[in-house]
Design a protein around this ligand. Structure first.
Ligand code: FAD
Length: 313
């Protein structure tokens, strides 16, 4: 029994989610292999080989795999899928783009967004925006699984010494090509992996006020910025900052919610944070029911005061 982890990487570096998936794969009970599909991805493969608990790294490296288009990555996985009992993907945009294609081609049921491995056939996954946990058992010979990264601790990045096997690369499918990639550049940590997140809601009132009030607090704490869907829909914050059921799932050490009411769809994305701080002018706001520290205050006064207090340290 061997589990195959599909690495998330940018050819030069393994992304954080991969380490959590290795932990989930190890809990399936057998060896763990990691597949790196890309171009000039030797460094990513080297990093994968050093992850503790990885028995083997498979590298498929060719120009047609450089952009990791879903059609080509799927074909590369299918070329070796029958050797594995489990194929695990992070439940990220990329993982969720490829996993269903692999499951469909293997004619198995995908098991989505797991937060716990009970045994090799049985998994837990949140349903109803995290308000209930379903236990799912699969009899499929190959389990195709997407993993909620916040459910598993990351495997240690160093300590392993797995061998790397090069795989023959599949041909380009020809059915899609990358036209343009627009990457948001930011000096802040990535939202899904940040240790501290400062999030703003509808109360911010405009994009200008959002950008005036919250970044100084995020900068003082070295935090990522997040937002509620209401703030995103109103154009106060970019789409990829949305936290919640239809946004990103985060579980930082510290989550500071500013002017966010705490609708269940928002809580679904952040309630597993280690410490939650809420600043809200309404003492009845539902966010206070999950907050470890609550401040009933006007955020336009409280946040700048917090920034001043932090800079005086
Ligand atoms: P509001 O609910 O309007 O809350 C604003 C809060 O700010 C209030 O509590 C108010 O007391 C407080 N406030 C006002 N002025 C101040 C001030 N000066 N100082 C301090 N506090 C102040 N939402 C998400 O966030 N993420 C999702 O992924 C998501 N997915 C959804 C999926 C579906 C299918 C649906 C139906 C909804 C989804 N929503 C999601 C929307 C969700 O239901 C809420 O509408 C949204 O979270 C509300 O955002 P908010 O808290 O910023 O705004």
């Amino acid at each position: 029994m061997t589990a195959l982890v599909i690495a998330e990487h940018d050819n030069a570096q393994i992304k954080g989610a991969t380490y959590n998936i290795v932990t989930a794969a190890a809990q399936c009970g057998g060896d763990v292999h990691v597949l790196v599909v890309g171009h000039n991805a030797g460094e990513a493969a080297r990093q994968a080989s050093r992850i503790q608990g990885v028995a083997k790294v498979l590298l498929a490296d060719a120009p047609q795999l450089g952009e990791q288009l879903a059609e080509n990555v799927t074909a590369q996985i299918l070329a070796i899928a029958r050797d594995y009992s489990h194929i695990l993907f992070p439940a990220t945009a990329h993982g969720k783009n490829v996993a269903p294609r692999v499951a469909a081609k293997l004619d198995v049921a995908q098991i989505s967004d797991i937060t716990k491995v009970v045994d090799k056939d049985t998994f837990e996954r949140p349903i109803y925006a995290g308000n209930a946990i379903a236990t799912v058992q699969s009899n499929d010979a190959i389990k195709v699984v997407t993993v909620r990264t916040t459910g598993f601790d990351p495997a240690l990045a160093e300590g392993g010494s797995a061998a790397t096997d090069e795989l023959p690369a599949v041909a380009d499918s020809g059915s899609s090509s990358l036209v343009r990639r627009e990457v948001t550049k930011s000096d802040r940590p990535e939202l899904a992996a940040a240790a501290i997140v400062v999030s703003g809601g509808r109360a911010l009132g405009s994009s200008d006020r959002f950008n005036e009030v919250l970044p100084p607090l995020a900068d003082a704490l070295g935090a990522a910025l997040g937002a509620s869907r209401a703030a995103v829909d109103a154009g106060y914050a970019p789409n990829d900052w949305q936290v919640g059921q239809t946004g990103k799932i985060v579980a930082p050490q510290l989550y500071i919610a500013c002017g966010i009411s705490g609708a269940i769809q928002h809580l679904a994305g952040m309630k597993d944070s280690k410490v939650i701080v809420a600043i809200n002018s309404d003492p009845e706001a539902p966010i206070f029911s999950v907050a470890d520290y609550g401040l009933v205050a006007d955020l336009f006064t409280a946040v700048p005061e917090l920034v001043t207090a932090l800079s005086d340290r």
